[in-house]
Design a protein around this ligand. Structure first.
Ligand SMILES: *[C@@H]1O[C@H](CO)[C@@H](O)[C@H](O)[C@H]1NC(C)=O
Ligand SMILES: *[C@@H]1O[C@H](CO)[C@@H](O)[C@H](O)[C@H]1NC(C)=O
Ligand SMILES: *[C@@H]1O[C@H](CO)[C@@H](O)[C@H](O)[C@H]1NC(C)=O
Ligand SMILES: *[C@@H]1O[C@H](CO)[C@@H](O)[C@H](O)[C@H]1NC(C)=O
Ligand SMILES: *[C@@H]1O[C@H](CO)[C@@H](O)[C@H](O)[C@H]1NC(C)=O
Ligand SMILES: *[C@@H]1O[C@H](CO)[C@@H](O)[C@H](O)[C@H]1NC(C)=O
Ligand SMILES: *[C@@H]1O[C@H](CO)[C@@H](O)[C@H](O)[C@H]1NC(C)=O
Ligand SMILES: *[C@@H]1O[C@H](CO)[C@@H](O)[C@H](O)[C@H]1NC(C)=O
Length: 788
């Protein structure tokens, strides 16, 4: 066994442990579902930026807005296009836009942004229209999409700049929009376009370089004993005014306005009298600048007081790769706006202003409050009747003192790796009669994380790959009634079901998945959707919080697979675990194996280096999964290694051949094959990818392998120096397993295959091919000293 191979293993382990130790606290998806073959995808040649969606379940279509096109797609299968309409910029508009210094092919196009329902047949649509926002009416009737050609000014309803975040909402026939109202994008506005148009004051205390992400309506007047008004809530990030920092710091905000607001009579004429904002708190597990809200979803409840806002946050600094989801109760937000203290600016030095809690007397009626019965009794029926004192107060102090705290005190989910971009949440009725809120979170590399929080336990049921290439998910919509999710990106729109229980083939798989949509049905012996089960069916089980499999039948024992042992060869036994959260345990004659100079345990199996006669015997691969404090062990594979009694190594049939049954997934690594390329005849069970290993070793290949080793070593040293305190863990590489616990959930980058080392969630490291030569092959070559 060469020094180099040993070195590479030590190096790899060091690297792995160093990386993983930092990330153990961050959730790893239990399963990774790769791209499905029969995916429902929509894209049209030459059209990009599929980032606006409007669900019209009543019409059976999903309206999709892209760059210069709007489609009506079958809501059950978005691959089926029912109609399309194109809205291209005119040459004149494009020329004007170019003169103003914008890029013709990217910015001077018409990006469809606003798409809202007006009535059964008519929609309202706005596009950036080459930095000249324009709106129009769109109809879908008799299977045809048609732009009415009644173009209207889109300023303030839709951004000029297609790269700027924005948000809008249609309430009745009033359009609420949050965007910039000028070409430069420097004048932010929250606008209501209606008979009585209202907007925000253009003051940095109201909005300071905001990034609007979301808006929704809450019907608070419903069943309100106080005669309260309906409200529109909006979420954005902006420059902080409440922190003393040398540089600009962004904070996340929630703000709201009252639906019945009509502005003030003298003060705040045609401006919101009810614009209040508060900071959103979502504390990350490590100290950092305030995180930035990226998307929000309102999980509506019949009783609006029980509605919950779910928000995705990403770090402000690009150095961090940790995102989080925090949830906020409607009532917590409401309490802060209705009863909280205000912040007020005070001049501390000649030019500097500090925002502190306002402790003086607050005018009556309360500034920023909607008109309610109490105020009506005071003779004020409309915001126009409010006294100047109240209006002046709110004009100068729109910020609440207290931040809104998350429902559970902290994040519901913390995720390391590809940043989270968009979120939708479905409320699922499980077998136990309880509702569980399942989060579907899009990432910047084209995956959906399906997660649920069971009594403070962050759990990602699975991550599902939606796009072949890692592209950010820029819009996500849910149809709860159809059980479908719709995602959009620059290159296309994709549809996926909220669950696919048939992915779980056994009872144990089904239960351990802890997916509230799925339950094991004893009568059909299938993992089935809870919805599809007949209510009378008693023979179904689910164990969401505990993941208790005790009711499942004992799985059949795993049959041993015979395997050839050729002394001196490296032997690779494969073992694929069902879960990223499981750890692998290899046993040989009732002894647990650890990675050391002889054994090399990686995500896909076990490598026995330079096997000898004494290695013959029974090898068992167990999956050990911890679920909520309980361990569940199961045997995944058993191999029976027998001494190969064929011709001597080097002559005759290919060495490294399994004796009898050769499954595709099993092979020995042929490392000691000198001389010419062995004939890969019929009797050669090696898979093509491994046949490469039997070929003649070229100097180039050796060089690449050596280079790879050198890189690993170098990275290992760098990380050691970077964080010496982890030295303890390096001992693991030699012998001890004291860091086993820490290995558990490695940085998870199944989707990030650019690196040479791929950290799999099950805690074992796994080398991905570099320049088409895996380091395992590399080991083999180096063993073959006669060739070097
Ligand atoms: C969806 O529509 C596409 C395009 O017509 C079709 O090829 C595909 O089979 C459909 N998929 C399903 C599941 O119906
Ligand atoms: C829908 O709204 C449009 C625009 O306001 C209007 O012209 C049309 O008559 C309405 N249609 C129906 C069926 O109400
Ligand atoms: C639209 O998609 C194109 C093609 O990928 C990309 O170059 C462009 O930046 C996208 N524009 C926006 C506004 O996302
Ligand atoms: C009604 O509005 C007044 C003043 O704006 C406020 O003080 C009061 O709390 C509100 N009443 C209720 C029951 O919310
Ligand atoms: C407010 O409305 C009530 C009932 O609608 C009416 O009696 C009262 O005169 C109104 N007050 C003002 C100042 O308009
Ligand atoms: C569900 O998963 C099974 C097994 O992976 C697959 O064959 C099937 O196509 C999937 N169904 C859907 C609707 O994605
Ligand atoms: C190996 O093959 C023999 C027949 O060739 C078969 O009887 C036996 O079941 C196989 N064993 C395994 C583990 O597949
Ligand atoms: C499962 O495996 C773990 C780790 O090897 C061991 O500590 C535990 O006792 C096993 N549990 C059962 C029930 O076999």
């Amino acid at each position: 066994m060469s020094l180099l191979s040993a070195l590479s293993i030590v190096c790899g382990l060091m690297l792995h442990v160093c990386f993983s130790a930092d990330y153990t606290r961050y959730t790893v998806p239990r399963k990774t579902v790769p791209l499905q073959n029969e995916q429902k995808l929509f894209r049209e040649e030459g059209i990009f930026n599929y980032s606006t969606m409007l669900m019209r379940e009543d019409l059976g279509v999903m309206l999709l807005g892209a760059r210069e096109a709007i489609y009506a797609l079958d809501i059950n299968n978005i691959s089926l296009r029912k109609a399309a309409v194109y809205w291209r910029v005119t040459e004149e508009k494009q020329r004007e836009c170019m003169y103003k210094g914008k890029q013709a092919e990217v910015e001077c196009r018409n990006y469809i942004r606003t798409l809202h329902t007006l009535n059964d047949t008519t929609m309202y649509v706005c596009g950036t229209n080459a930095f000249s926002p324009t709106c129009d009416y769109l109809t879908f009737a008799n299977g045809q999409l048609r732009l009415e050609g009644k173009q209207e000014e889109g300023k303030g309803k839709c951004p000029f700049d297609p790269f700027q975040r924005y948000s809008s909402l249609m309430v009745g026939s009033d359009l609420y929009s949050a965007t910039s109202i000028n070409f430069l994008g420097s004048e932010p506005v929250v606008l209501r376009s209606s008979n009585l148009a209202l907007r925000t004051e253009f003051k940095s205390s109201w909005l300071s370089e905001p990034n609007f992400v979301y808006m929704d309506f809450v019907g608070e007047s419903f069943d309100s004993p106080d005669g309260d008004d309906d409200k529109v809530y909006m979420f954005f990030s902006e420059n902080a005014m409440e922190y003393d920092f040398y540089s600009k710091v962004a904070v996340s905000r929630v703000a709201r306005v009252c639906k019945g607001d009509m502005g003030g009579q003298r003060t705040l004429q045609r401006k919101w009298t009810s614009f209040l904002k508060a900071r959103l708190d979502c504390s990350f597990p490590e100290p950092s600048l305030p995180p930035i809200v990226q998307d929000v979803f309102l999980l509506k409840h019949k009783d609006w007081r029980k509605s919950v806002f779910y928000a995705v946050f990403t770090p402000q600094s690009s150095l961090s790769q940790v995102s989080a989801v925090c949830a906020y109760s409607m009532s917590a937000i409401r309490d802060i706006f209705n009863e909280g203290k205000f912040k007020t600016p005070v001049a501390v030095e000649t030019s500097h202003v500090k925002w502190v809690m306002y402790t003086g007397e607050v005018p009556v009626p309360r500034p920023g409050a909607c008109i309610n019965n109490t105020v009506r009794k005071m003779g004020m029926n409309r915001s126009l009747d409010l006294p100047d004192k109240t209006l002046q107060f709110i004009r100068d102090r729109p910020l609440m003192d207290e931040a809104v705290r998350p429902l559970t005190g902290g994040p519901l989910l913390v995720k390391n790796g590809a940043l989270l971009t968009r979120i939708v949440v479905d409320s699922v009725l499980a077998l136990d009669g309880q509702r569980y809120n399942v989060m579907f979170i899009g990432t910047e590399n084209g995956y959906i994380q399906k997660a649920v929080n069971y009594a403070e336990e962050m759990f990602i049921i699975e991550e599902i790959q939606l796009y072949e290439n890692p592209e950010p998910i820029s819009i996500l919509r849910l149809s709860s009634s159809k059980g479908q999710l719709y995602a959009g990106s620059e290159f296309g729109a994709v549809q996926m079901p909220v669950s696919n229980c048939s992915r779980y083939e056994t009872c144990v798989d089904c239960i351990l998945a802890r997916d509230p949509y799925c339950a094991w049905d004893f009568s059909t012996e299938q993992c089935s959707s809870v919805n599809s089960l007949s209510s009378s069916s008693k023979a179904v089980i689910q164990s969401l919080k505990e993941g208790d499999v005790s009711q499942c039948p004992q799985p059949d024992p795993v049959a041993a697979v015979d395997f050839a042992l050729i002394p001196g060869n490296n032997i690779q036994l494969s073992c694929q675990l069902h879960s990223n959260l499981a750890q692998v345990r290899w046993r040989f004659s009732e002894q647990t194996l650890h990675s050391n100079h002889k054994y090399y345990i990686y995500s896909g199996g076990l490598l026995i280096l330079s096997a000898s006669k004494s290695d013959a015997g029974l090898y068992t691969c167990d999956s050990v999964e911890r679920i909520n404090g309980r361990t569940y062990n199961r045997t995944v594979a058993v191999y029976h290694l027998q001494l190969y009694s064929g011709p001597a190594v080097g002559d005759g049939p290919t060495p490294g051949t399994a004796v009898t049954n050769s499954s595709d997934s099993i092979h020995t690594l042929n490392t000691a094959a000198p001389g010419p390329v062995p004939d890969s005849g019929n009797e050669d069970p090696l898979s093509p990818e491994n046949q490469r290993g039997t070929g003649r070793v070229t100097y180039l290949e050796v060089a690449v392998a050596l280079l790879a080793l050198f890189c690993f070593s170098l990275m290992g040293v760098i990380f050691w120096m970077w964080n010496r305190e982890r030295w303890e863990c390096f001992k693991f590489a030699q012998s001890s397993s004291e860091c086993d616990g820490k290995k558990q959930s490695a940085e998870y980058s199944a989707n990030n295959n650019h690196s040479a080392v791929d950290f799999k969630g099950n805690g074992e490291h796994h080398f991905t091919p570099m320049a088409n030569i895996s380091s395992l092959d590399g080991l083999g070559y180096i063993n073959d000293e006669s060739e070097i």
